[in-house]
Design a protein around this ligand. Structure first.
Ligand code: GLU
Length: 460
C-alpha cells in the first residue's frame, strides 16, 4: 500500500506557524515516500469553525506552494458515517449506552479529586446493557488491562497503560460524535497510513489505537512533531510577534525561506542549512527530526530570507519587490540600478521600501539630533568644497566621484567619515546607505547637486 499522510487543521483560527511546520513535515514525508498527502478540515465545532479561516488556511498553503492531493475533506460532512461506526461498535460489544447524569459525573469527579485520584469515569454503565434513553451517551469500552504501545516515528517506543485511559464518550447526548471518534473514522476512510501531527495529540494516540483495534482496522504509524516555542521557551503566541503564516507573507518573507527555516528548525542533516524544496524531498529520509521543542528565532528566519533574496534572479526579485515598493514597478533603468545597489542590504521585501526611499523621494526631513551632530561648521565647509568639485564633473561615475573625494581628503587632511557622514546625510537624509561613491553615482548629478545645495542652504 502506498504512503498516505494528512494534515488536519481545525478551522477555528488562521494557520499558525506551528501548524504550518507540522503540515510541512506531513507533506514532506508523503513526497519523500512518493505517496499522497491529504488535507482535512476538522470543522465539527460549529460555533468556532469559520469559512473565513478555511479560506485563509488554503491561501496560506497556496502561498507556500504546498499542494495537497485531492480536494479538502470536510469532517462535518461525514457525521452520519461517524454515528454509523459508533453503532457498529455498540453492535460488536465495544461500546455501550451510558445514562449517568452530569450531576453524578460531577460528584464522582469531586470525590476522586478529593482522594487525590485522576478523574475518570467509574464504568458504572459498562456492563448494564442499557437501552438508549433521552439522556444517553455512547461510550467506548476501553480495554481494562494491558498496555497500548506504538513506535513513534519521531520519539521511538511509547507505551500507555490502559488503566490510565477512560471509557471515552464516542457520541454525546446531543447526538454529536466526539473528536477521537471522528479522527479515527476519517483516517480509516481516507486510507491514511501515516499520521504526522503535533505532539499535543500524543495522549489521544492510545485512545485512537484502541478504537482502531476494536474496529479491526490496520493501524497507521504515528509521528508526533515537537511544538515551536518562543525565545523565552513559552508556547509561541502573539507576544512573540508574527505567528500567523499570512503575517509572514505581509512582512516580506519569501515562502521558500520560511519553508527551509521551519524544516531546519527541528530536522537536520549534518550542518547544512540551505535546502530547496526538491533537496528537502530528496534528503528528508536521510535526516532526522529532533524530539525536543524547537525555539523560533526571527533573526535566524531573516538570515534565511536574506539568503533566498540574494539568490533570486534579478527579474524575479524585481517582480516580487514591486509588490511591496511601488517605485520598482516602473522597471526603468534608474529603478533597476537602485535595486542592484540596495539588494544585498535587504532582509525582507519590506526593507526595499525603506532602503530606497531617498532614491525616489525628496529628502526634506532631517532628524534634529543628526543635524546637530553631523552638520558642524567644519562639515559645511567640506560640503561646499565638495559641491564645487562635483559641479563641473561630466563623467558621473563612481570611480571619478571617489577620486574627487580622495583629493578632498588629502587637501583638507581629513578622514573618510568626515566627508562621508555629512554627504550621506545631505543626499540620503540618513547615515545608512550603500557605498557613498555608488550612491552618488546612482542618484545622479542633478539630485546630488540640488540636495547638497539644499543642505548648505538649510543649515547655514
Ligand atoms: N484538528 C487537530 C488540530 O488542529 C489535529 C488532529 C490530528 O492531527 O489528529 O490540532
Amino acid at each position: 500500500m502506498g504512503t498516505v499522510s494528512r494534515f488536519a487543521p481545525s478551522p477555528t483560527g488562521y494557520l499558525h506557524i506551528g501548524g504550518l511546520r507540522t503540515a510541512i513535515f506531513a507533506w514532506l514525508f508523503a513526497k519523500a515516500n512518493k505517496g499522497k498527502v491529504l488535507l482535512r478540515f476538522e470543522d465539527t465545532d460549529q460555533e468556532r469553525s469559520k469559512e473565513e479561516f478555511t479560506k485563509s488556511i488554503m491561501e496560506s498553503f497556496s502561498w507556500m506552494d504546498i499542494d495537497f492531493d485531492e480536494k479538502p475533506y470536510l469532517q462535518s460532512k461525514a457525521k452520519e458515517r461517524h454515528i454509523e461506526v459508533a453503532e457498529n461498535l455498540l453492535r460488536d460489544g465495544h461500546a455501550y449506552y451510558c445514562s449517568c447524569t452530569n450531576e453524578r459525573l460531577d460528584d464522582l469527579r469531586k470525590e476522586q479529586m478529593k482522594k487525590g485520584l485522576k478523574p475518570k469515569y467509574d464504568r458504572k454503565c459498562r456492563d448494564l446493557n442499557l437501552k438508549p434513553d433521552a439522556n444517553h451517551v455512547i461510550r467506548f469500552k476501553n480495554p481494562i488491562e494491558g498496555e497500548v504501545s506504538f513506535k513513534d516515528l519521531v520519539r521511538g517506543q511509547i507505551s500507555f497503560s490502559n488503566d490510565e485511559l477512560d471509557d471515552l464518550i464516542l457520541v454525546r447526548n446531543n447526538g454529536l460524535p466526539t473528536y477521537n471518534l471522528c479522527v479515527v473514522v476519517d483516517d480509516v476512510d481516507m486510507g491514511v497510513t501515516h499520521i504526522i501531527r503535533g505532539e499535543d495529540h500524543i495522549n489521544n494516540t492510545p485512545r485512537q489505537l484502541n478504537i482502531l483495534t476494536a474496529l479491526k482496522e490496520s493501524l497507521p504509524q504515528y509521528g508526533h512533531v515537537p511544538m515551536i516555542l518562543g525565545e523565552d521557551k513559552k508556547r509561541m503566541s502573539k507576544r512573540h510577534g508574527a505567528v500567523n503564516v499570512i503575517e509572514f507573507k505581509e512582512q516580506g518573507i519569501l515562502p521558500e525561506a520560511l519553508l527551509n527555516y521551519l524544516v531546519r528548525l527541528g530536522w537536520s542533516l549534518g550542518d547544512r542549512e540551505l535546502f530547496s524544496k526538491a533537496d528537502l524531498i530528496d534528503n528528508f529520509q536521510k535526516g532526522r527530526i529532533n524530539n525536543s521543542p524547537a525555539i523560533f528565532s526571527m533573526e535566524k528566519l531573516l538570515w534565511f530570507n536574506k539568503e533566498y533574496l540574494s539568490s533570486l534572479d534579478f527579474s524575479d526579485l524585481e517582480e516580487k519587490v514591486s509588490k511591496f515598493a511601488k517605485s520598482f514597478s516602473q522597471k526603468s533603468e534608474y529603478s533597476r540600478r537602485v535595486l542592484h545597489l540596495i539588494r544585498t542590504r535587504c532582509s525582507t521585501l519590506i526593507d526595499f521600501q525603506r532602503e530606497s526611499h531617498y532614491f525616489f523621494n525628496d529628502v526634506s526631513h532631517f532628524e534634529e539630533n543628526l543635524v546637530k551632530e553631523v552638520f558642524t561648521e567644519e562639515s559645511k565647509e567640506i560640503l561646499s568644497k565638495l559641491l564645487k568639485s562635483l559641479e563641473p564633473l561630466d563623467s558621473w561615475k563612481s570611480e571619478e566621484i571617489q577620486k574627487i573625494i580622495n583629493l578632498l581628503k588629502e587637501d583638507l587632511g581629513v578622514g573618510m567619515p568626515q566627508i562621508g557622514k555629512p554627504l550621506r546625510l545631505a543626499i540620503a537624509g540618513t547615515l545608512s546607505s550603500p557605498s557613498i561613491d555608488e550612491t552618488v553615482e546612482v542618484l545622479g548629478k542633478e539630485k546630488v547637486i540640488s540636495r547638497l545645495e539644499q543642505a548648505l542652504d538649510k543649515f547655514s
